[in-house]
Write a protein that binds this ligand. Structure first.
Ligand code: EPU
Length: 419
């Protein structure tokens, strides 16, 4: 497994081109299963998770091709309606094929995702919704089987907003008979992006981005024609955190600051300056950050996917900050690693208290999940001395050429290939 050697404390200055959003690209790729034909997708990031979704669609019988952000998919000859264990275990988002498969073919078998590094992450709400739409759901040998001759529109109220749950049911409802109403739906920009893509395919969706979404089922959809996904707001936020923690001056090109309102507000409060320029969003970190508290909540609140990176920033801030994670019960795996670098963090009752220190010190550290890895990169870049981040395959799952982008702004970063 590759590792990343980072020499911290270098001044970071320059431009970073933001890639397409992983969590927008994955559902849009799954949406290609809703109808046969030649699909074309643009601005798809070059990531391990995208390759895994490509592998899954190919396994089912699709022809998948990736070339520098452009994806083509031919989905006329889908033979297997199944997401096997080996693929689901490496990427939970594989569950996104469930809704499209039942809607188009009337049956689907998807390996039930287990718990993962950040929490239990059940899919009961996806299944509850499909059942309400008339699917028969059974569980056998670790697989969820869903069957329905044709899904029927229904009113579905989520106990809590779920991003992939909303996406799965929104896709399924496009081909259902009648109208589906999703209440307490997730409102993330990736939901709006998927709805825009589905609408371009001929779906009738109203209210995406609000907590009630109405979908009027249609008999058929068109293939996706050159749809470009939105820029990655979490990649954007991660580079913002890097500039913020390292007193950097970094311009983020091709990003959507309006998708990061809650994050930008909190960063400003902590002393980070933002300037919207012709080139992009310029982020200037202060000599020293001021400690601020956060609580993660569904969009438009502070995203759980930015919690670890914000905590890394706070380890070197002036004062004490309190971080409360409310979405995933176990998303503090980065804490032990940050402590190995000299961070002063304690956790009690699911709340982390971070007492800022002047400087972290480089150390060998271990990446445990995607965003935890990103927080270690933030910490290593602002630490004194050298850090080696092991197991960066987690980072490669969700960050498009992060090491190259970091070198582009003056960071001393080297990828050590595993033998
Ligand atoms: N939940 C349930 N039952 C369900 C579904 C969700 O109890 O059936 C709970 C979860 O356990 C969690 C909460 O609802 O406590 C919200 O989870 P959600 O379903 O929204 O998460 P997700 O759809 O599995 C997506 C992103 C995650 C991101 C979360 C929250 C994708 C592919 N993944 O996951 O991204 O953290 O929403 O915003 O869109 C990442 O990119 O690193 C990542 C983990």
């Amino acid at each position: 497994m590759d590792s990343l050697k980072i020499k911290g404390g270098r001044p970071l200055k320059g431009d970073v081109e933001i890639s397409g959003a992983k969590n927008a690209a994955l559902p849009v790729m799954a949406a290609a299963l809703l109808t046969g034909g030649a699909h074309s997708l643009k601005r798809i990031p070059n990531l391990r998770d995208i390759a895994t979704m490509g592998k899954l669609l190919s396994y089912m019988g699709a022809e998948y091709h990736y070339d520098q952000g452009a994806v083509t998919l031919e989905t006329s000859r889908i033979k297997k309606h199944e997401a096997p264990y080996d693929l689901v275990k490496t990427m939970r988002a594989a569950v996104l094929v469930l809704g499209p498969l039942v809607a188009r073919f009337g049956n689907a078998s998807v390996s039930l995702p287990g718990g993962c590094a950040i929490g239990a992450r059940p899919i009961n709400l996806h299944l509850m919704g499909l059942e309400k739409m008339g699917a028969r759901i059974t569980l056998e040998s670790g697989y969820v089987h869903a069957r329905a001759s044709r899904l029927k529109g229904a009113t579905i109220c989520f106990d809590m907003p779920t991003v992939t749950g909303t996406e799965n049911l929104m896709m399924a409802a496009c081909l259902a008979k009648g109208t589906t109403v999703l209440e307490n739906a997730a409102r993330e920009p990736e939901i709006v992006d998927l709805a825009d893509c589905l609408a371009a395919m001929g779906a009738k969706i109203y209210g995406a981005g609000e907590s009630t979404i109405e979908i009027q089922g249609v008999d058929e959809l068109r293939p996706i024609a050159a749809y470009a996904v939105i820029p990655d707001r979490i990649e954007t936020g991660t580079f913002m955190a890097i500039a913020a923690a390292c007193a950097g001056d970094v311009t983020l090109k091709g990003c959507r600051p309006d998708h990061l309102d809650s994050v930008i507000m909190k960063f400003k409060d902590a002393g980070v300056a933002f300037h919207e320029t012709k080139k992009g969003l310029r982020v200037v970190g202060p000599r020293r950050l001021t400690a601020r508290d956060i609580k993660t909540t569904p969009y438009p609140g502070f995203p759980t996917d930015m919690q670890a990176q914000f905590m890394a920033m706070m380890t070197v801030a002036l004062g004490t900050s309190v971080v409360k994670e409310t979405i995933f019960e176990n998303r503090y795996m980065h804490v032990a690693e940050l402590k190995r670098m000299g961070a002063d963090i304690s956790i009690e009752g699911g709340i982390a208290t971070i007492r800022g220190t002047e400087k972290l010190k480089g150390a060998p550290i271990m990446a445990t999940d995607l965003r935890a890895s990103a927080s270690l990169v933030v910490a290593a870049l602002c630490a004194r001395g050298e850090s080696i981040i092991h197991r960066i395959y987690h980072l490669d799952r969700g960050y498009d050429h992060m090491d190259e982008k970091l070198r582009g702004i003056g960071a001393q970063v080297e990828r050590i290939k595993s033998s």
